[in-house]
Design a binder for this molecule. Structure first.
Ligand SMILES: [Mn+2]
Length: 360
């Protein structure tokens, strides 16, 4: 071997050793940043502190003796800071109770005799609003006949306009209970005010928190204090991270029985009422152990595409589907355009079931 080759080999070995030293130092740095992140989390201080980052960079530039120029050193260390920050964020995610990193096994919620989030797919159906006992009973009978175990119906309606029908309130919940008891169905209804929760859970089996209230933190906390299962709708402009944090508000108060439901997000598209974010389904299933449902009615707002969207949701891994059904949609007091009538509901259900995607 020539002298040249010998020195080349030696320098390579030194570089390898230096790489390992750098790696060791980077790992040490990440661990320190992780400890710092935990302290900051406990104090409720954000991870990223631009002033502190600037101070660290200034010190490094002042100490830079070359051969790298200041701009290169700045860029290299900015990348190191960013990697540490990402590591801190990952650690935070691990800490969320709703995170699958925290609980690898899927949460299964038992409502009456029905399991949500288990092996079988679940269907939730019912009118947009509870309008009368007769109307709700007709839907309840249809669900019973179709073997659909959960009846939904709005009693407190958060409507876009204050002049639209606002719902029957507690009377609507009582009607749901009566029909639920009559047909052995579990019931679900939206609650909009923390003051109504205590009374509401005497009548309903699942508390729904609607899209417009996903960021109503006092309501989330109050629902977290109950031990009644909660169906949490994704806000119409909520990121998945915000959605999971909203769920965390509930479970962190001790109520671990939370189901997530994608109901469409607001985009520029006008041919659907909202845009069904199908990618939310596998992502939420991956990030969280909570059951994930898809509301095909409010996400699309049109009856002609409910079945394909339900099939897409199930194919993407959804644990269940929610759909609105009304005995006479034309005269419905809310969402008249998009509710299925009872024969249409039976057709919808058979089409979904025939696809083989709805697991029995
Ligand atoms: Mn509706």
């Amino acid at each position: 071997m020539s002298t040249n080759e010998n020195s080349l080999e030696l320098l390579r070995e030194q570089l390898d050793a230096t790489n390992l030293q750098l790696l060791e130092l980077l790992s040490q740095r990440a661990e320190l940043a992780g400890q710092l992140g935990k302290l900051k989390e406990a104090q409720g201080v954000p991870d990223f502190d631009p002033v502190r980052e600037q101070q660290m960079l200034d010190k490094l530039i002042a100490a830079n003796r070359g051969p790298f120029d200041d701009a290169t050193i700045r860029q290299l260390f900015k990348n190191i800071f960013k990697a540490s920050l990402n590591y801190q964020k990952e650690e935070h995610k691990k800490h969320l109770i709703v995170s699958r990193k925290n609980q690898p096994d899927s949460t299964i919620i038992k409502v009456k005799d029905t399991l949500v989030g288990g092996k079988a797919s679940i269907m939730v159906a019912g009118p947009c609003s509870v309008e009368s006992y007769q109307q709700t009973r007709e839907v309840g009978a249809a669900l019973k006949e179709a073997g659909v175990p959960i009846l939904r119906g709005g009693a407190f309606k958060p409507r876009t306009s204050p002049y639209d029908f606002q719902g029957l309130g507690v009377e609507g919940l009582q009607i749901l209970k009566r029909v639920g008891d009559e047909f052995g169905l579990a019931t679900i209804s939206e609650i909009v005010d923390p003051r109504h929760l205590e009374e509401a859970i005497q009548y309903i089996d699942i508390i729904q928190i609607g899209a417009r209230n996903m960021h109503n933190f006092e309501l989330l906390k109050a629902a977290g204090e109950t031990r009644t299962p909660v169906l949490l709708k994704r806000g119409l402009a909520a990121t998945m991270e915000e959605f999971l944090h909203a769920a965390e508000y509930i479970v962190s108060r001790g109520n671990t029985q939370v189901m997530l439901i994608e109901r469409g997000i607001r985009t520029y598209e006008k041919w659907t009422r909202n845009t069904l974010d199908i990618s939310a389904v596998p992502i939420l299933k991956k990030e969280s152990h909570l059951p994930v449902l898809v509301d095909v009615t409010h996400s699309t707002g049109r009856k002609d595409i409910l079945a394909p969207c339900a099939k897409a949701a199930l194919a993407a891994g959804a644990d269940g589907i929610m759909v609105e059904v009304h005995p006479n949609p034309a005269v419905a007091l809310s969402d008249a355009q998009q509710q299925l009538n009872i024969p249409e509901f039976h057709n919808f259900l058979s089409e979904v079931k025939e696809s083989g995607l709805f697991k029995a």
